[in-house]
Structures are given as C-alpha cells and as structure tokens.
Design a binder for this molecule. Structure first.
Ligand code: FES
Length: 170
C-alpha cells in the first residue's frame, strides 16, 4: 500500500507539474490553512485531484489524509476524477433539495448513464453535485460549464445535457 512518504506520481510529465505544486506549497510556507489554495493549484496543474496527489499534499502539509480528502470532496470546484469536456454541477443543498434537486439528479443520472461524480465514457460530460452554490434564491440551481442557472427542472437540465452528449459522440 502506498504511504504518504513514498508517493510516486504516475504522470508522464509529472516532474514539471510537481515542481510547480511544490513551489506553491513553499510559497504558502506549507501552512495547513492554505490547503484550499494548494488544492486549486493542484487541480489547475493536473486537471483533477487523484488519490496520490491528495496523499502527497497531506504529507507535505502534515495533515491527515482524511482531512485533505474531506476538503477535496466537499467543494464542488474540486474533482477527483478526470473532467469531461462539459461539466454539470447539481446543487443538492437544502433549498435546492426542497425545490426538487433530487428529481433533477435522478433524471440526469438515468439519461446520461452515469452517477454523480462520474464522467461519461465518451468524455463529454462530468456530473458533479454541490452542497450549496450560494444561489439558494433561484433554487434549484445548476452550474453548466461554470455558469450558474436557476429555477431548473429535470427537463431543462436534461435538454441541455442531451445536446452536449449528441454533439460529442465519438
Ligand atoms: S442550496 Fe442550492 S444554492 Fe444553496
């Protein structure tokens, strides 16, 4: 089993990115409260936050891996799997839940044949969930490729995603 002290990142061009990540951590003086900024940098460099990367950051910041993993999974901005060409983040926070977020999620999962947190096999769509997008007044809220839209319905969300999937068949 991999331990934090013997992490070897398998990326073919890992050296350069790892150096940049190291430089970012150094700039923050390995402070634990800079975790979010460091995770942002890691995601920018690697595209997503794989387990070895999270372990590496935990080791460098002397944080329990569970803490780093917890932060990485809490924020919808972070992805633990390769991102698709398009991303759809469904808010499942309380306000959105009350306004039918679960029905949207269920419909999208069924239509795209993926679960939340996954990417379609053709790489066109990553489906993610968030606990609150800070847009409760327009619940249920959904982020399509970085743009927040409110008052969504299963139909409106599925229509948009269907377009992405149809235009991106391999
Ligand atoms: S609960 Fe969905 S935006 Fe706040």
């Amino acid at each position: 089993m991999t331990t934090a002290s013997t992490v070897v990142l398998p990326h073919p061009s890992g050296d350069k990115r790892l150096k940049m990540l190291d430089a970012t951590m150094k700039r923050h003086q390995y402070q634990q409260d800079a975790l979010i900024e460091i995770l942002h940098k890691a995601q920018e460099l690697y595209g997503y936050l794989e387990n070895d990367l999270l372990l590496y950051i935990a080791h460098k910041l002397k944080l329990p891996p569970s803490r780093v993993y917890g932060v990485a999974t809490f924020y919808h901005l972070f992805s633990l799997a390769p991102q698709g060409v398009h991303s759809c983040v469904l808010c499942t926070g309380t306000a959105c839940y009350v306004k039918g977020a679960q029905a949207i999620l269920a419909n999208v999962e069924k239509m795209a044949h993926i679960r939340a947190g996954e990417t379609t096999t053709n790489g066109q769509l990553s489906l993610l969930t968030a606990r609150c997008l800070g847009a409760c007044g327009i619940a249920p809220a959904v982020v399509f490729d970085g743009t927040v839209l409110g008052n969504q319905t299963p139909e409106s969300v599925c229509d948009r995603i269907q377009g992405w999937l149809e235009n991106g068949t391999q």
